[in-house]
Design a protein. Structure first.
Length: 167
């Protein structure tokens, strides 16, 4: 069991993303910070969406850690979800760790106040159980999205661009 926990910790420390499957909703990639034996995640308005995953205090989630360099699955483990109450000592420690790793944060100076007011800080603690790597790919159909792929360039655009350089 200690080997499994060591593998989970090492893999999670080296990977910036976790794939989290909650009791409800799709499996979702979430950025995290590994701290004090658990993965810390922040979600809510202006952050990553976690509400549709059913990650409530005391829930169980399935977490998959990918390889940072190749992107392949390293380990899948079961986590116990704990929601840290805003303003508590554990919440303060978690937010300090998360804030240091939050890239491109809007309103960085008031980030802690916004997280306390609008967001949820979750602790995903390994239960010690890990799943064996599956023999199939587990590929799934992508979720519906309004995003589109790049469309071909209009045929007249190169001529319009050339004409603009001559002036």
């Amino acid at each position: 069991m200690t080997q499994t926990l060591a593998l989970i910790e090492e893999a999670a420390k080296k990977s910036a993303l976790l794939w989290v499957q909650g009791p409800t909703g799709p499996s979702r990639a979430l950025w995290h910070v590994w701290h004090a034996g658990a993965a810390l995640v922040v979600g809510g308005p202006g952050e990553q969406p976690v509400d549709d995953l059913g990650l409530a205090d005391g829930a169980v989630a399935k977490v998959t850690v990918r390889s940072k360099d190749k992107g392949g699955r390293l380990v899948t483990w079961t986590a116990r979800v704990a929601e840290l109450p805003a303003g508590g000592e554990a919440w303060g420690e978690a937010v300090a760790e998360l804030k240091g790793k939050r890239l491109n944060a809007v309103g960085f100076d008031s980030l802690e106040e916004r997280w306390a007011r609008e967001c949820r800080v979750l602790r995903l603690e390994p239960t010690g159980a890990s799943d064996p790597l599956p023999s199939t790919s587990l590929a799934a159909v992508p979720l519906p999205t309004p995003a589109t792929t790049r469309r071909p360039m209009p045929a007249a655009l190169p001529r319009l661009l050339r004409r603009g350089r001559r002036k």
